[in-house]
Design a protein around this ligand. Structure first.
Ligand SMILES: Nc1nc2c(ncn2[C@@H]2O[C@H](COP(=O)(O)OP(=O)(O)OP(=O)(O)O)[C@@H](O)[C@H]2O)c(=O)[nH]1
Ligand SMILES: [Mg+2]
Length: 347
């Protein structure tokens, strides 16, 4: 899953990026100054599966964070065309709101106003895109259904609402997929707090988040970036001083999984044991496409055993089979958290 860090200038995006990835400023940036950091999603089931199969490779589900370098932008805008196209490519956005005083900035901290400003920019950008398309759409044939969906988007955006709260059918969203609207993406909020009050959460934010279909956590970027750069065994003590139980990364992963309704399915064998993140409710064929589009295209059946059943059968495929724990499921099967799946396909 790709998560783009967004937020106004100087809100602490790069600091938050470091606290989540453990990377420091000295780590390499790409040519545009953008940084990319990959973190593993810890999963005990993958560990157990690997201890049984002893595979050549063990792979956890991953989150890839990106941080744009606003300073490298001639315009200095946090939402330059280059940044916007990076954000469009992300699955989810993480918005950093400044609630510490930054001496380099004229404005006092106002995290609520920052959230509103970010939403507004996304809504206006999407609105412009929709209007531009609507101006031309009548010249093309066979675009009736797309136009209908775009008009619904237009009315929603025109009322200053983000597209993620618009109720369209799955088919309609499919027609609009190519636009990669920014206000349609799930947005997770990180309140970047001052050192004196690391758990600060502005009260007025809750109703706005509710309305926007979003969730927030507080995180003191500067302190947690320092902690994240320490060896793991030294981190616990410093986190306890901050009054938090687990690292920024763990807390963020937990929030993302809860807010986005993510689950994992597993694949295991002598070559590789691996976890894959999907949304709850994903059907078997779509889950297969997360591994490879060929497996989805040539999908025949999913051979499924739950992790619990597999464990109960002594972690032995043979015993689990003998006990009738393996099921053959079709493409419409709704994958469950912890399913161990072997896809049968034909291409
Ligand atoms: N007190 C305090 N300062 C912070 C915190 N997070 C970031 N800062 C400071 O705020 C300043 C800006 O932080 P950055 O992480 O560079 O902010 P940014 O959003 O990446 O900035 P641009 O990329 O220029 O938009 C730096 O001086 C940080 O040290 C925090 O949690 N508390
Ligand atoms: Mg930055």
């Amino acid at each position: 899953m790709r998560i783009a860090i967004v937020g106004l200038k100087g809100s602490g995006k790069s600091t938050i990026f470091s606290s989540l990835t453990g990377m420091t400023d000295d780590d390499p940036h790409d040519r545009g100054g953008k940084r990319i950091g990959t973190v593993k999603v810890p999963d005990e089931r993958v560990d157990e599966l690997a201890s049984i199969h002893k595979p050549k490779k063990t792979t956890y589900a991953e989150i890839v964070f990106t941080d744009q370098n606003t300073a490298a932008e001639p315009s200095g805008s946090w939402l330059s065309p280059a940044a916007a196209s990076e954000f469009r490519a992300a699955d989810v956005l993480a918005a950093v709101l400044r609630s510490f005083e930054n001496p380099a900035l004229p404005e006092a901290a106002n995290p609520v106003a920052e959230f509103q400003a970010i939403e507004e920019e996304f809504i206006l950008g999407d609105l412009a895109q929709v209007e531009k398309r609507l101006e031309r759409i009548d010249k093309e044939k066979g675009t009736g259904r797309e136009k209908e969906a775009l008009l619904a988007c237009h009315a929603h955006l025109d009322a200053s609402k983000p597209l993620r709260t618009l109720d369209l059918s799955e088919n309609q969203w499919d027609l609009l997929r190519g636009y990669a609207f920014l206000s349609q993406k799930n947005i997770l909020v990180i309140v970047n707090t001052p050192e004196q009050d690391p758990k600060f959460m502005p009260e007025q934010l809750a109703p706005l988040l509710d309305e926007a279909g979003s969730t927030a956590m507080s995180l003191c970027g500067t302190m947690e970036a320092e902690i994240a750069a320490l060896p793991p065994d030294e981190q616990t003590e410093f986190l306890a001083d901050l009054g938090v139980e687990t690292s920024a990364r763990h807390r963020f992963i937990k929030m993302a999984h809860d807010a986005l309704n993510l689950i994992s399915f597993l694949t295991g064998g002598p070559d590789e044991c691996r976890a894959w993140s999907i949304k709850r409710g994903t059907k078997a064929r779509e889950a297969a496409s997360v591994i490879h589009s060929d497996i989805a295209r040539g999908f025949i059946r999913a051979e499924v055993v739950s992790f619990e059943d597999f464990k109960t059968a002594g972690g032995s495929e043979k015993q689990a089979r003998a006990a009738g724990r393996y099921r053959l499921e079709g493409k419409e099967y709704e994958v469950q958290d912890g399913d161990i799946i072997n896809f049968r396909f034909n291409v």
